[in-house]
Design a protein around this ligand. Structure first.
Ligand code: PRP
Ligand code: URA
Length: 209
């Protein structure tokens, strides 16, 4: 699938299976989401450019690689996207954060925005949008629309599970934004839930149902 990277690392796949299990506790679910966030961060930053800088080790001067180019912004879609954030910030503590508050209207499945707060210099940054679930993709498309309105040009989208329908919609709306996901599941059900999926990510993460 063009523009889609499936992260098939055994640790990611193992942890995802633990999360799908309906008997997993809220605490366990949240912890696993955080751990997978860290692993997905490793994958989505794999091709960041490096530049050699001069340093002195205790023994000798040397030229050594450091990440170059645009600084990162992490953009979690609330609520469930926040589950990835701490793990990602562990690896990139200097990243800025853009919070995007969206919920899915249960009848229309359209995304409704209730909060948006982002750094002002999005045009100069590389933005990693994150949400565990890409179902209809209405939320992800709305989030990227909003970031682009504010100047963002260099974006990536990271999720845990994607539905084929959501990938098609997202790639149609934003072909310039590549996707990283741990799994492409079978389909959406009549209520717009991913099957087999893992249920409602926000509710499972916060114990709200
Ligand atoms: C869930 C999920 C995504 C969205 C995905 O959020 O976290 O944001 O649904 O569905 P879509 O691809 O069809 O838009 P929800 O709206 O349930 O809000 P929550 O995270 O606050 O629970
Ligand atoms: N949102 C979720 O949390 N889960 C789904 O399966 C679809 C949308």
């Amino acid at each position: 699938m063009e523009g889609v990277t499936i992260v098939d690392h055994p640790l990611v796949q193992h942890k995802l299976t633990l999360m799908r299990d309906k008997t997993r506790s809220t605490k366990g679910f949240r912890q696993l989401l955080n751990e997978i966030g860290m692993l997905l961060c490793y994958e989505v930053t794999r091709d960041l450019p490096l530049e050699n800088v001069e340093i002195d080790t205790p023994l000798a001067p040397m030229m050594a690689p450091m990440i170059a180019g645009k600084k990162l912004v992490f953009a979690p879609i609330l609520r469930a996207g926040v589950g990835f954030l701490d793990g990602m910030l562990e690896l990139v503590p200097s990243a800025r954060v853009a919070h995007i508050g969206l919920y899915r209207d249960p009848q229309t499945l359209q995304a409704v925005e209730y909060y948006f707060k982002a750094p002002s210099d999005l045009a100069d940054r590389r933005i990693i949008v994150m949400d565990p679930m890409l179902a209809t993709a209405n939320s992800a498309v709305a989030a990227v629309d909003r970031l682009k309105e504010r100047g963002a040009r260099d974006l990536r989208f990271v999720c845990l599970l994607a539905a084929p329908e959501g990938i098609a919609t997202f790639r149609g709306a934003h072909p310039d934004v590549p996707i990283w996901t741990a799994s492409v599941d079978e389909r959406l059900n009549d209520h717009g839930y991913i099957v087999p999926g893992l249920g409602d990510a926000g509710d499972r993460m916060y114990g709200t149902r």
